[in-house]
Design a binder for this molecule. Structure first.
Ligand SMILES: Cc1cc2nc3c(=O)[nH]c(=O)nc-3n(C[C@H](O)[C@H](O)[C@H](O)COP(=O)(O)OP(=O)(O)OC[C@H]3O[C@@H](n4cnc5c(N)ncnc54)[C@H](O)[C@@H]3O)c2cc1C
Length: 536
């Protein structure tokens, strides 16, 4: 195949236009080209008077690809080979079925790989299946009945199920392609395979995860919902079994010699248990901040100028960061174009927020987090779990500041920058489903964070017109951007207890859906290859 990069075409271009561009670049006849496949599609909106698409395409010729590459004067092209995923050989000999705790992206990708290798994994998931969970989350948003076992953080699909389902990632790993291909194979929209800002949307994610579950079960695996890992049975520095509790309160033990811990960044009770059982856990830097909301039109116009309403564009995205000379940096995170702020707690009397969008991204507002890095010295103690304490304290203050019924504290940008309490909202409607309470968000977040955010909002307002508009709404706190702990693991991905594989975001090895899924695949590969180590 010939990969042609940076093909510039107008917003209303067609597949025929793309082929014609390839014919022109390769100086060949139309009939010489067997197929043209889009492998990347991005928007170039640097010049607001001329917004266009940029494509990378893989072209399969009927014959003589080398010859056409040599003859072309176009610089951005190369011969390329399609990505091929290779599963490692299965050297594992144990007859015991591996146990996977958690059915988020790390867990369901790990379980899929183990199931396809005929290991019949048993998945323990404390939350409920996605349909039940969706009802429970809607009940919480509507009636403020928080289910601490099945909510925005816990349940089938993991933390990312009520999200924009953005699939962008900072990691460069061939397995990212595998993740995207599997998501498409299980029902995700095709364009995630080539869009520069791929997303699935919360309304489609549930269906995709269900298909993973169905395949795992069809291969002899089991997925036990409403089932929480509560303890470990350890002997001679090796896992011998796990204890778990089901939704009806029944406690049981299960023999196992392999446990993949895919528990996510919010399983604080489970991390406390792991720590008490002697797993090596250390503090890990994470970030905290707020969500900022603007009318979607303001962001679309700032990014696309007069092209903002072009049907081929959809809601605009942004990604900004600022690193002031003196002081901490801040960055926008998990942007939800045409989306809403979500109430995302998992513990009683603690409040935190996050964001989500539907596939169409056609909501009235657009929002993102503005986050500031938190380092171990900020945790206030050297205890490995001190970061969790800091999150909890922040969320407790927010719960009280919001009025004590899971409404979120909020503030207008104008008031925030003037150091004034907000008494009421303005033209921008706040979308947090449990409601908001105007006030002063400085009362629930560390000063280092709010000072940095105040500086950042102004700087980002210079980068993106309208970002610092006084009517924009800040909702707090975004406290769970990633895990505040890391569960140590060796090169063969096992903890200091043999047979336990710390995996995904909760263990401190991923941030986001794709990188968690990649880590899940890697841990499953490690189980298949069953390498040994002399550390035990
Ligand atoms: C609202 C929201 C929106 C997000 N939006 C995006 C986005 O658009 N794009 C993106 O890349 N990332 C997004 N993220 C982050 C992303 O969801 C996570 O990075 C990713 O899900 C981490 O995957 P994981 O499998 O490691 O953990 P998780 O997805 O957190 O899954 C862990 C699972 O383990 C279960 N569990 C925990 N403890 C136990 C136990 N003791 N026993 C049994 N089961 C247990 C939990 O119930 C949970 O289902 C979002 C997160 C949230 C909360």
């Amino acid at each position: 195949m010939i990969r042609i990069k940076e093909i510039k075409l107008p917003l209303d271009c067609s597949q025929e236009d793309l082929k014609a561009a390839c014919v022109k670049i390769l100086r060949c006849k139309d009939s010489d080209i067997k197929s043209v496949e889009v492998v990347k599609k991005a928007v170039d909106s640097r010049n607001k008077d001329n917004v266009f698409f940029v494509f990378n395409a893989d072209v399969t010729m009927t014959d003589g690809e080398e010859r056409f590459v040599k003859a072309s004067r176009y610089k951005n092209l190369e011969i390329t080979e399609p990505y091929v995923y290779v599963s490692p050989p299965v050297r594992r000999t144990s007859a015991l079925r591996p146990v996977v705790a958690g059915f988020g992206p790390a867990g369901f990708f790990a379980a899929l790989i183990l199931a396809r290798a005929d290991l019949k994994p048993i998945v323990l998931e404390r939350g409920e299946d996605v349909d039940t969970r969706t009802r429970q989350v809607r009940d919480f948003w509507l009636n403020h009945n928080l289910n601490t076992e099945s909510n925005v953080q816990f349940g089938e699909g993991g933390a990312g199920t009520f999200s924009d389902g953005k699939l962008t990632t900072g990691i460069k790993d061939g397995l990212c392609r595998k993740v995207i291909d599997e998501l498409i194979e299980h029902g995700a929209p095709e364009e995630i395979g080539y869009s520069a800002t791929p997303h699935i949307g919360t309304d489609r994610l549930g269906g995709v995860v269900k298909k993973f579950r169905e395949e795992i079960i069809s291969l002899g695996g089991e997925v036990l919902f409403g089932t929480r890992l509560t303890d470990l049975i350890i002997a001679n520095k090796s896992i011998q079994g796990v204890s778990y509790i089901t939704r009806d309160g029944k406690r049981s033990d299960m023999e196992c010699d392999t446990l993949l811990l895919c528990i996510g960044h919010s399983a604080r009770d489970t991390v406390e248990m792991l720590y008490s059982r002697g797993l090596n856990i250390v503090q890990k830097p994470f970030s905290m901040g707020v969500r900022i909301e603007h009318p979607r039109q303001v962001i679309d116009r700032a990014q696309y100028g007069s092209f903002a309403s072009h049907p081929a564009l959809g809601a605009a995205v942004y990604k900004m960061a600022c690193h002031p000379e003196h002081g901490r940096g801040a960055y926008t995170f998990c942007m939800c174009p045409g989306g809403t702020v979500v109430a995302a707690p998992s513990e009683e009397n603690r409040m935190c927020v996050n964001g989500m969008s539907e596939y169409a991204r056609d909501g009235e507002n657009s929002n993102s987090a503005i986050l500031v890095g938190i380092e171990p010295p900020d945790f206030g103690s050297s205890h490995p779990l001190a970061g969790i304490d800091l999150q909890r304290k922040t969320e407790e203050k927010a719960f009280v500041l919001g009025g004590g019924s899971y409404a979120a504290p909020c503030q207008l940008v104008g008031d925030f920058l003037n150091g004034e309490k907000s008494k009421k909202l303005g033209s921008v409607k706040a979308t947090c489903p449990t409601g908001v309470t105007p006030g002063d968000i400085r009362e629930c977040l560390p000063k280092k964070i709010t000072d940095t955010i105040a500086d950042a909002v102004v700087r980002m307002g210079r980068m993106l017109k309208g970002f610092d508009m006084p009517q924009a709404v800040l909702t707090a706190p975004e406290a769970r951007s990633s895990s505040p702990v890391r569960i140590l693991r060796s090169d063969i991905l096992q903890s200091n207890i043999r047979g336990i594989y710390p995996c995904g975001e909760g263990a401190g090895y991923a941030g986001g859906i794709v990188s968690a899924a990649v880590d899940g695949i890697k841990c499953a590969h490690a189980v298949l290859t069953d390498e040994n180590d002399d550390m035990w």
